[in-house]
Design a protein around this ligand. Structure first.
Ligand code: ADP
Length: 356
């Protein structure tokens, strides 16, 4: 089933979890279509994440040999690292059906019911953003995951009756950018858990090379590296930069992507040599100019920038943390001297102290 079919609804947070002050912007159907176009089809086409791929291959082999469904699988990691890709590759490898949904569209148990009744033996149900499941749906899903059983309560008070319905054994693949927000009982019901790491430049260059081939665009090997180096460790960003560079090459040159074309195109897009874009740099300068380098609370930074705090936490901060520009402390976000130097400012003496 295509990702366009995912219905995204109101993403109000359950109150027992950390409240998110500004809702996420849903991905547009066009963005989903673009992801779909370049998505690897089989496990052998997946670039990088070798140890995850090896473990998944073992799970697949075992499930196929025993003719049993895969165990429930939780995939976590920042956006664009391949969670949906794995969730679409696995059913293809198993030769089973897949249904796709996202937690924000599962506001009540009844929203999940059609997926459960349609799940055939061994099929896969992919639930994106699973950390956003409301408590009622989460509790409803426990017996589903453990015993393939749903408990439906009919009526109220004295007249209330619980009906049990048996389901065919199937697999839930949950994806999350925030595994820390998952409750322990839900996390524990995923027997397999995989964390996706940012990609190495070599792997991203290979992804760019393969994507250029699919898009029928000529690109030099050096140019694949030029794009890969600025892709912030993320395949989706690598593909987006490639699409932009391709447009630039079509508009400004003969359509071939050389290193200098890639460099010019990315400069025009204000992507710096480390891959930071305007919003990353604005994040750094907001902490420097408004919060004196930190510590600063995420919500305060998000309000100052007028950007949803989810976007900062999911899409901006993970790479800055990995890059050594940012630290998360109990008192808030703190910039390191490297961050000051990157935006052309002198770090104050305290910034050096903040390192330790
Ligand atoms: P997520 O679900 O984690 O946000 P996706 O699985 O949608 O990320 O990946 C985004 C895009 O990046 C996909 O369309 C796919 O083309 C590409 N991609 C992700 N991981 C890989 C990979 N390991 N190898 C090749 N391409 C990948």
């Amino acid at each position: 089933m295509a990702r366009e079919a995912i219905i995204r609804g109101d993403d109000e947070e359950p109150t027992r979890r950390k409240p998110l002050d500004v809702p996420d912007e849903p991905r547009t159907p066009e963005e989903d279509r673009q992801d779909e176009e370049l998505r690897p089809q089989r496990l052998v086409d997946v670039v990088g994440q070798r140890s995850v791929v090896e473990r998944l291959q073992i799970m697949l082999n075992a499930a196929k040999k025993r003719s049993e469904p895969l165990g429930h699988l939780l995939l976590d990691g920042p956006p664009g690292l391949g969670k949906t890709t794995f969730a679409t590759v696995l059913p293809r490898e198993m030769g089973v059906d897949v249904q796709m949904t996202a937690a924000p569209s599962l506001m009540a148990p009844k929203d999940l019911l059609p997926f459960l009744t349609q799940a055939s033996y061994g099929s896969i149900l992919f639930i994106d953003e699973i950390h956003r499941l409301p408590a009622t749906v989460e509790e409803f899903i426990y017996p589903v995951m453990e015993d393939f059983r749903v408990d439906i309560t009919l009526g109220d008070g004295l007249n209330a009756r619980t009906i049990n319905m048996k389901l065919k054994p199937f697999t839930i693949i949950g994806a999350t950018t925030r595994s820390g927000m998952l409750t322990a009982p839900l996390r524990d019901r995923f027997v397999n858990r995989e964390h996706l790491e940012f990609y190495e430049v070599d792997d991203l260059a290979e992804i760019v090379r393969r994507s250029a081939k699919k898009l029928k665009t000529e690109i030099s090997s050096e140019a694949t590296y030029e794009i890969a180096k600025r892709a912030r460790g993320t395949p989706r960003i690598a593909n987006n930069l490639l699409r932009w560079t391709r447009q630039y090459a079509d508009s400004e040159t003969d359509g071939r992507i050389t290193t200098s074309v890639a460099d010019d195109a990315l400069r025009k897009k204000e992507i710096d040599p480390l891959g930071l874009d305007r919003i990353d740099r604005r994040y750094l300068s907001t902490i420097i100019d408004i919060f004196a380098g930190g510590p600063a609370g995420l919500t305060a930074i998000a309000h100052s920038m007028n950007v949803p705090s989810d976007t900062l936490e999911d899409e901006v901060e993970p790479f800055l943390l990995r890059q050594g520009f940012l630290r998360r402390t109990s008192r808030g976000r703190v910039l390191t001297p490297a961050a000051y130097l990157h935006v052309g400012k002198n770090p104050p003496p305290e910034a050096h102290g903040n390192l330790f």
